[in-house]
Every structure is written in structure tokens, then in C-alpha cells.
Design a protein around this ligand. Structure first.
Ligand code: AP5
Length: 214
């Protein structure tokens, strides 16, 4: 099994990059944010528990996240390649993840850190719109749909995530700096950290990541 991680602040472009490279590079894209939003939508017990943390821009407890990730990994086989987006997000998650992978004779092979300025991040999150039908992600400032509020691919309605409202965005960035940024050092010391320039267009970020993917 192969595991790589996309690390970066909220709105850095992890989901956009993952969707663009997963087929080209043969990875399954595992986004803990997407798994949680599906659980909230379906009103599962996990979704009901997670919702209050997500709405406040806080992290969902590590125990909940580890259960979701381990369930997802268990669905895969030894030849599978997984790209984790938005996980791990705390040192405790990173250490538990290492232990889970070690049981499968695997380890995190590369961690791609998406580098982009805080100013750009606030603009990206404020302009993000998502299709209710197919989940395609747009940005009214940078990657607009052809017709306002309508998905180019399936004609579905575009909506704004609850946690993309300004007050919650600022808290998410603070939570990232407080609880997640230390993972940069953690993975750098292990020699698996790779920096990706995510400040340009999505295509430039894809090219940069693919040129560094082993
Ligand atoms: P999650 O869904 O993981 O949110 P996030 O990490 O805050 O990341 P985002 O999805 O907001 O941003 P992204 O980096 O994927 O950017 P995107 O590609 O969409 O988590 C949500 C919540 O769930 C958390 O707050 C927490 O509560 C909980 N959670 C999830 N995982 C957890 C965990 N492991 N532990 C605990 N709690 C967890 O791009 C953003 C916008 O910019 C889009 O509009 C896009 O079109 C645009 N864009 C992208 N790239 C570019 C570019 N190069 N140029 C211009 N615009 C761009």
C-alpha cells in the first residue's frame, strides 16, 4: 500500500489539486472533510457529533477521525495508492496514522505542503462555490462557472459551505496555525516533506506536484 499526504491551510487548494492528479497518478483521494460532510448530510451518529465542531471551524476529535480513516483504509488492498487530503491534522493523528500504516508494512512516502499566502487563502475561501449535484468546486473570483450559480458539468445548483463564512474562516486559519502547522516540522524531520508552490494557477500547482511525485 502507498500513502501520500496533502498538507496545507484551509483553502490552500488541497481538494482541487487532489481531484486533478488522482487519475493521472492512479491514487484514491481520501478527504476527511468530504467524508465528514457526507456524514453530516446523511445525519449519521458521526455526522451529528462532528457538525458542531465543523460549524465552529474547530477540529473534530482525533478518535472520530481515526475511526473513519481506518474504516476507509480497510476497504483497500495491498496494491492500493491513497492520497490523504486534510488528514492528519494533529500530531496525535500523525502518530496514530504511522502506527496504523506500520501494521500494514507501509509508511507515509511523501507529504506535499501547499504553500500560498494567507491573503490569497481568505480570497479563495470567500469565493468557493460547490455543486450540490456532482461536488465540482468553483471559485467566483478565480475559477468561475460559465453561468452564475450553475454547475458547468451537471447543471446542479452551486452553494457556499457553511464554514466558508468569514468569521469561521478566520477561526479555521487560527486552528490550522495552532494545531496543524507543527506537522510541517514533524514530516520534515522524517525526510518526506515536499514543498509545492500553490500560489499560481491550479495547473501550475499540478505540474509542480507531479514533477516531485516519486
Ligand atoms: P476540510 O474539508 O478538510 O477543509 P480544509 O482543510 O479547511 O480545506 P478546504 O476544503 O477548505 O480547502 P482546500 O485546501 O481543499 O481548498 P480547495 O481545493 O477547495 O475540513 C472541513 C472541516 O472538517 C474542518 O474544519 C474540521 O472541522 C473537519 N475535519 C476535516 N478533517 C479533519 C481532521 N483530519 N481532523 C479533525 N477535523 C477534521 O480550494 C479552495 C478554493 O480556492 C476553491 O474555490 C477553489 O476553486 C479555489 N482554488 C484552488 N486552487 C486555486 C488556485 N491555484 N488559484 C485560485 N483558486 C484556487
Amino acid at each position: 500500500m502507498k500513502a501520500i499526504v496533502l498538507l496545507g491551510a484551509p483553502g490552500a487548494g488541497k481538494g482541487t489539486l487532489a481531484e486533478a492528479v488522482r487519475d493521472q497518478a492512479g491514487f484514491q483521494h481520501i478527504s476527511t472533510g468530504d467524508i465528514l460532510r457526507a456524514a453530516v448530510r446523511d445525519q449519521t451518529p458521526t455526522g451529528l457529533e462532528a457538525k458542531k465542531f465543523m460549524d465552529a471551524g474547530e477540529l473534530v476529535p482525533d478518535s472520530v477521525i481515526m475511526r473513519l480513516v481506518e474504516e476507509r483504509i480497510a476497504q483497500g488492498g495491498p496494491e492500493d495508492k491513497f492520497m490523504f487530503d486534510g488528514f492528519p491534522r494533529t500530531l496525535a493523528q500523525a502518530e496514530m496514522f504511522d502506527a496504523t500504516l506500520a501494521k500494514l508494512d507501509a509508511s507515509v512516502s511523501q507529504v506535499f505542503l501547499l504553500e500560498v499566502s494567507p491573503e490569497a487563502i481568505v480570497k479563495r475561501l470567500g469565493g468557493r462555490r460547490i455543486c450540490r449535484g456532482c461536488g465540482a468546486v468553483y471559485n467566483i473570483a478565480f475559477i468561475p462557472p460559465k453561468q452564475d450559480g450553475v454547475c458547468d458539468s451537471c447543471g446542479g445548483e452551486l452553494y457556499q459551505r457553511d464554514d466558508d463564512k468569514e468569521a469561521t474562516v478566520l477561526n479555521r486559519l487560527e486552528v490550522y496555525n495552532r494545531q496543524t502547522a507543527s506537522l510541517v516540522d514533524f514530516y520534515d524531520k522524517k525526510g518526506v516533506l515536499v514543498r509545492v508552490n500553490a500560489a499560481g494557477t491550479p495547473q501550475e500547482a499540478v505540474r509542480d506536484m507531479l514533477s516531485k511525485l516519486r
